[in-house]
Design a binder for this molecule. Structure first.
Ligand code: ATP
Ligand code: MG
Ligand code: MG
Length: 547
């Protein structure tokens, strides 16, 4: 969670404000709609929307949609949804493409004042002009000497389809003597004969980032244009171009990118993981895209997730790897189970206790030991909310797999002295440990436990590239059983019940969240159907639990 006091009232962002203490702060979050947002964008969202909110100003969501080659409709919707999911509301949604005509007119103006020219050089020629590999002398091509009339005619020719891609481009005439490469006559417009999702086939030329971003910031009256540090060098060209062409001068300042170890945060690389099938989609819970984090069921981004879910979600019994326990002499009874042991307001539900129950394989051992507190032959264990404890008397095994297939147990009405797992309570009374169980007839669930998608902390540094570092155990799938209380938990979603109001995933399957007792917190996954429950682990119950 963001603490506005520490984020905006001190440090870098406080300095940025003091440098330009505007009454009416205006910021923007400007994603390119060429992929889904990741957690790095969450920082950008927090910085831009948060800065405006903290200073009582406004923030736009601006789609930087100037490259029709890579942009797709689905991304637009998903981006807006994620901004809202994080709890922010754009004062207005804008599109760089809405300014195409205005930008075009300004490009002509730049030509008219002698500061842009149409160039026909290829990549090698441009490289040479910029000093080449050896960082030699920089020079301009002859196109830079064309008259204003020629440049205007050529630029209109570009616009009207006279040139194919790469045959011509509009260059700004900056200052090639400047040490900063961002001043070496950057491209302003290129030919690209692709239909645009908003302007259709109206344009055959599209403006570059360097031409578009600063001007759009000015059009929107952006007071503080906050971007990441890879744009530090671009600040010079940003200011140069705005000074040439527009009145309103926004101030660009740069903050650090968010990096996370053990994953990759780049739309291009994430797209590769998706396209090549390492993960199922952009919202695979192993990724750090925001839709993936949402699908995993996460509500908040800090270490308080656990504490928050502990207070706000109901508890259910589930077993990941079930073994039947046949309890001799037991009869079916109805019991009443509260949804939360410390919060009666969550209510309770009825549950059948059946003569055969299922417990988790990890709660049984063939050979007992004094420090083992769960079920083993001759050992007593309590079943949560069941009318009595049980003691294992025997078990059967599938000899070919070596796996226990059934446990037989007897009823233990009182906690006996010899109870193996007994711990001394405070007042000296005997205590036994309790485990979760589910009755016969419980529903099957597919529980997915996600681990890191990569084996190392820095997948990008691994020899052969990040794809060589994929963790084969990144998703562990259990075929488990869940108690019938699940149906009510689902019917009563969202959990937490107030979550819908702040936009934390109301209505989606991932808003069905609960604590599977003694296992982890889970959310229903979007792969679920009417007859199949699929769950994602949100977080484990304790830090460092491997499952
Ligand atoms: P990627 O490299 O993942 O493709 P991008 O920078 O190309 O990201 P944009 O859609 O252009 O993605 O980003 C929108 C805004 O989010 C930009 O201002 C960008 O600087 C910021 N941003 C992107 N990644 C991060 C990050 N890891 N940390 C902080 N801000 C980020
Ligand atoms: Mg970008
Ligand atoms: Mg990028």
């Amino acid at each position: 969670a963001i603490d506005p006091e520490t984020m905006f009232k001190q440090g870098f962002l406080d300095d940025v404000y003091k440098e330009r203490p505007e009454k009416a702060v205006v910021t923007r979050f400007p994603p390119e709609p060429n992929g889904f947002l990741h957690i790095g964008h969450a920082k950008a969202i927090a910085v831009n929307f948060g800065f405006a909110k903290f200073h009582g100003g406004k923030c736009y969501l601006r789609y930087d949609d100037t490259n029709p080659e890579k942009e797709e409709e689905v991304y637009f919707k998903a981006i807006e949804e994620m901004v809202r999911w994080l709890g922010f509301s754009p004062v207005k949604i804008t599109y760089s493409s809405d300014n195409f005509q205005k930008l075009y007119d300004l490009a002509e103006k730049l030509i008219e004042i002698g500061n842009a020219y149409v160039c026909h050089c290829n990549d090698d020629e441009i490289k040479a002009q910029r000093g080449g590999e050896s960082h030699g002398e920089r020079f301009r091509c002859t196109h830079a000497e064309q008259s204003v009339e020629t440049n205007l005619e050529e630029f209109r020719g570009m616009r009207d389809g006279k040139y194919k891609p790469r045959e011509a481009f509009l260059r700004m005439k900056q200052d090639i003597t400047d040490g900063n490469p961002q001043m070496w006559d950057l491209a302003a417009y290129r030919v690209l004969d692709k239909p645009h999702h908003r302007t259709g086939s109206q344009w055959r030329i599209y403006p570059t980032y360097d031409f578009t971003h600063c001007l759009c910031d000015s059009f929107e009256g952006i007071t503080h244009s906050l971007c990441t540090t890879e744009f530090v060098m671009s600040r010079v060209s940003y200011e140069w171009l705005n000074k040439q062409l527009v009145e309103f001068q926004p101030m660009q300042r740069e903050y650090g990118r968010l990096n996370i170890t053990g994953t990759v945060l780049s739309k291009r690389k994430i797209m590769q993981l998706v396209d090549e099938g390492y993960v199922r989609a952009w919202d695979d819970p192993r990724l750090y895209t925001l839709i993936a984090i949402k699908r995993r069921g996460v509500v908040r981004f800090d270490q308080t997730i656990r504490r928050y879910l502990e207070r706000t979600t109901p508890r259910l019994m589930m077993v990941l790897d079930p073994i039947p326990v046949v309890i001799e002499g037991a009869e079916e009874v109805q019991i009443d189970v509260p949804f939360h042991s410390k919060d009666a307001s969550m209510g309770s539900h009825k549950l059948k206790f059946t003569p055969t129950v299922y417990i988790d394989r990890s709660d049984f051992r063939e050979v007992d030991s004094p420090d083992y507190l769960r079920l083993a032959p001759g050992k007593v264990v309590g079943l949560f909310k069941a009318p009595y404890a049980i003691k294992a008397v025997s078990y059967s095994k599938d000899e070919s797999t070596g796996k226990v297939t059934e446990i037989r147990a007897e009823i233990v009405k009182e906690e006996p002295e010899e109870a193996g797992g007994a711990k001394k309570g405070k007042k000296g009374e005997k205590r036994i440990s309790y485990i979760q169980w589910v009755p016969s007839g419980s529903r099957e669930v597919e529980a997915r436990i996600h681990n890191s998608l990569f084996k190392s902390e820095k997948p990008e540094d691994v020899e052969g590239g990040f794809l060589k570092d994929i963790n084969p155990e990144s998703e562990v799938v259990y075929k488990g059983l869940i108690e019938s209380g699940f149906d009510e938990v689902k019917a009563r979603a969202p959990w937490p019940e107030a979550a819908g109001e702040s936009g934390h995933g109301k209505g989606g399957p991932e808003s069905v969240r609960f604590q599977a007792m003694r296992i982890a917190y889970f959310a229903v996954d979007s792969d679920s159907t009417d007859d199949k429950i699929v769950l994602n682990r949100i977080v484990s119950l304790k830090e460092d639990a491997s499952k």
